[in-house]
Ligand binder design. Structure first.
Ligand code: FA5
Length: 372
């Protein structure tokens, strides 16, 4: 810094001369405009706005001016430094945006590229078998229908002709969600996919040909052949002149497509409140084809040497259900069935224990391949 200059007038301190201040400012602005990267701009900032920059040094000379000249010189230098600081900020913003855009392009990751060192996920075999089961009926011309998993008691029980004291309604079988109140039906976790029968009949014009795959819930203990959360495939036809022979034909077509051509089926009498007559469908054991029956030397694990495997329930829809859904029972009749998806997976792939399906061990799912 120069010594105090008490006799300022007309002495001038060169770095504070207006022309010199303007020159330093212009040089700085030109360097800022020329900076083509954030690194270059950082150098420029140090050179032209840092502590040792020409204008910072000039600023120090202000103290050597006589007091009367300090304000004007201070404004001149301060104004130039402000302009430089503004220019640095603006150029910095432009260069940062350019850098961000460049990084987005240069460091883009192609998430669709294959990565062969990590095992690829597979959809759960229950999902894929439920889709295969559904597709067999879609190929026959059936539509897919849906209903909620948290279902009104009316759809799950009343509309299906379950009397108020039917044992299936008790706490042993049903997860109750909300008690009935004010004339409104209560809510349950649906215990079967049959409520979709009523929903489909109320939603669609007749004739109706639908299948409804879905999740169902019962207060069953988890063991080798039961799980509290399982899946069913419901099927239903309501049309004119529908007989049990059509049901038999549709089930046979399903069985042949799913388990193999030529397998026999049989209907055993059974009871469901919503079908009359009702039956259970058995499928000839596709492993031993009945040869294990009475033959202790060649036992069959698939059918337990019984020769038949139970597939699900079925029957002609009880006219009371059709009436609850507003169907003219003089003109229309129908049938329905409900098949367990877990059981179908057990039979189709020889799975011995249903717990393997629900415990989430990826080794179980990956044994079925990478079917998508
Ligand atoms: C029913 O649920 C009837 N709604 C089926 C039906 C539909 C009959 C239409 C007539 C007309 P059922 O309770 O038998 O029926 O169950 C059908 C199938 O679901 C059984 O054969 C079995 O494969 C499967 N299933 C039942 N409970 C369980 C469970 N806890 N775990 C796994 N699968 C089950």
């Amino acid at each position: 810094m120069s010594a105090p200059n008490d006799s300022y007038d007309p002495v001038e301190v060169t770095p504070l001369h207006p022309d010199e201040v303007a020159r330093m400012r212009d040089e700085a602005l030109a360097a800022i405009a020329a900076a083509s990267s954030l690194e270059e701009l950082k150098e420029v900032r140090i050179a032209y706005a840092g502590d040792r920059s020409p204008l910072a040094l000039a600023n120090r000379e202000i103290g050597s001016l006589p007091p009367s000249a300090r304000a004007e010189a201070g404004q001149r230098v301060g104004g130039a430094r402000r302009e430089i600081s503004e220019a640095l900020k603006e150029r910095g913003a432009v260069l940062e945006e350019e850098r961000d855009n460049r990084v987005l392009v240069e460091e883009a990751v192609d998430v669709t590229l294959g990565w062969d060192r990590r095992p690829r996920g597979a959809r759960h075999p229950l999902t894929t078998i439920a889709e295969r089961m559904t597709d067999i009926f879609v190929n026959m011309g059936f539509e897919v229908a849906e209903g909620p998993e948290v279902e009104a008691e009316w759809y799950n029980f009343d509309a299906l002709n379950f009397l108020p004291d039917h044992p299936a309604r008790t706490m042993q079988d049903t997860f109750f969600v909300e008690a009935p109140s004010g004339g409104e039906s209560g809510l349950v976790l649906r215990t079967h996919t049959s409520p979709v029968q009523v929903r489909a009949l109320l939603d669609r014009p007749l004739p109706v040909y639908v299948v409804a795959p879905g999740k169902t819930f019962r207060t069953d203990e988890l063991d080798a052949t039961h799980t509290p959360v399982f899946h069913q495939l419901e099927g239903m036809v309501v049309d004119e002149n529908i007989t049990m022979a059509h049901l038999r034909g549709a089930i046979d077509a399903f069985v042949h497509s799913m388990f193999g051509a030529g397998l026999r089926t049989r209907f055993r009498p059974y009871y469901f409140p919503f079908t009359e007559p009702s039956g259970e469908v058995d499928l000839e054991c596709f492993v031993c084809r009945g040869e294990s029956v009475g033959n202790p030397d060649a036992p069959c694990r698939t059918c337990g040497s019984e020769g038949w495997i139970e597939l699900g329930g079925c029957g002609m829809i009880n006219p009371r259900v059709l009436v609850a859904a507003g169907v003219d029972t003089e003109r229309y009749s129908g049938w329905a069935f409900g098949i367990g998806v877990e059981r179908t997976l057990m039979f189709a792939h020889g799975v011995r224990d249903m717990r393997d399906m629900v415990e989430g061990d990826v080794r179980f799912a990956s044994a079925f391949g990478m079917e998508v």
